[in-house]
Design a protein around this ligand. Structure first.
Ligand SMILES: *Cc1c(COP(=O)(O)O)cnc(C)c1O
Length: 348
């Protein structure tokens, strides 16, 4: 049995969190004079529910977990940063991660003064499980696995992730920002088996809501308890909580959007494969595709000149001459393909 509490920083274990007016009284009342709010400008005059009770209840039903297993943050970025602040003593603890992967894990490590140990994926972007375990030591607290991985697009096999969750003596974070596009099941189904597992999801991708900034961490009630202790008291605004409740009534729309993106993706990949400028198209479980091309810098610049922006990942580990292309509408992908065809012709 893993001792999660022993990995929590002593100052956080002992922390007495800020107690807000809405924490101290959250029952029914008709006269609210406890929080120095204005009586005017309904509904914006009131502080939001600090623990987002109604939203978490709905989300729990929808995802098949319990409310006490959910933390809501200002994007996944808040959920990532708080893990450092809960578990990593600056200058002492370290975290282990794969490379290439999502850039925020390292930025948060740098901000928090925590050593970041990168273990390259194999050339085919598969996990090197042994190397990840070998990179860890007694001071390792977090292991980041992004699956499906950004920017490579592939999801990692369940048996390999399970092996890491069991063998790693610390918190294993599985970032599932792209899970809705993948045939792989979510790790949130396994939370009760693994007390050291944290699963991240977000409203920013399949849910079409990057603008509102809402991310989710799913974990044991103990870990969620520490999240709640450390977060800003009113981190999720009332309009965002209301908005998200509305989105949860629109799951059918979200499923339709995902279906549409997946079918545009497969037609786009077929077309892409016919272009001479394209060297390799990596398999993808996400709403983007990583593509190795003839001269990524030149093609990128040419696309920008035509008003089309993709992501140049050429300088990233194992991604030399690679562009990462997000799947947009069928029209947008057709415009991109036409620009790539023109580029090939002009080069001849
Ligand atoms: C896009 C993305 C996120 C989402 O971050 P938000 O802060 O929720 O917008 C998280 N993780 C990965 C790997 C991503 O690519």
């Amino acid at each position: 049995m893993k001792q999660i509490e022993q990995w929590v920083r002593p100052n956080i274990r002992q922390l007495k969190p800020y107690s807000s007016a809405r924490n101290e009284f959250s029952g029914e009342a008709s006269v609210w004079l406890d929080a120095n709010e204005s009586p005017f400008n309904e509904p914006y005059n009131r502080y939001p529910d600090p623990l987002q009770t109604t939203l978490k209840k709905r989300l729990a039903q929808q995802r098949g977990v319990r409310s006490e297993q959910i933390f809501l943050g200002v994007g996944s970025d808040e959920a990532i940063d708080l893990l450092y602040r809960i578990f990593c003593e600056p200058g002492k603890n370290n975290v282990v991660s794969i490379a290439p992967t999502y850039g925020m894990y390292k930025v948060c490590a740098d901000i928090n003064g925590v050593e970041y140990r990168e273990v390259p994926l194999n050339d085919d972007f598969s996990l090197d499980v042994e190397a990840l375990l070998a990179a860890a030591d007694a001071n390792s607290r977090l292991l980041f696995l992004c699956s499906p991985n950004n920017p490579t697009g592939n999801a990692f096999p369940a048996d390999e992730i399970e092996r890491l969750v069991i063998a790693f003596d610390g918190i294993v974070v599985v970032d599932e920002a792209y899970i809705d596009f993948s045939a792989h099941p979510s790790w949130i189904r396994r939370l009760d088996e693994f007390p050291n597992l944290v699963v991240l999801q977000t409203f920013s991708k399949a849910w079409g809501s990057a603008g509102v900034r809402l991310g989710m961490a799913f974990a044991s009630p103990m870990i969620i308890g520490y999240y709640n202790k450390v977060k800003y008291p009113y981190n999720i605004s009332a309009p965002v909580q209301r908005y998200a409740l509305g989105m949860l009534d629109r799951v059918d729309d979200v499923y339709r959007w995902v279906d549409e993106i997946l079918s545009v993706r497969s037609r786009f990949i077929e077309q892409l494969a016919t272009l001479p400028v394209v060297g390799k198209i990596y398999p993808t479980d996400a709403n983007f595709v990583l593509v190795r091309v003839d001269n990524a810098g030149a093609l990128y610049a040419r696309l920008v000149a035509e008003g089309i922006v993709v992501r140049n990942r050429s300088t990233v580990t194992l991604c030399g001459e690679c562009l990462r292309i997000t799947i947009g509408t069928a029209d947008e992908m057709e415009r991109l393909l036409e620009a790539m065809r023109r580029y090939t012709q002009n080069k001849k």
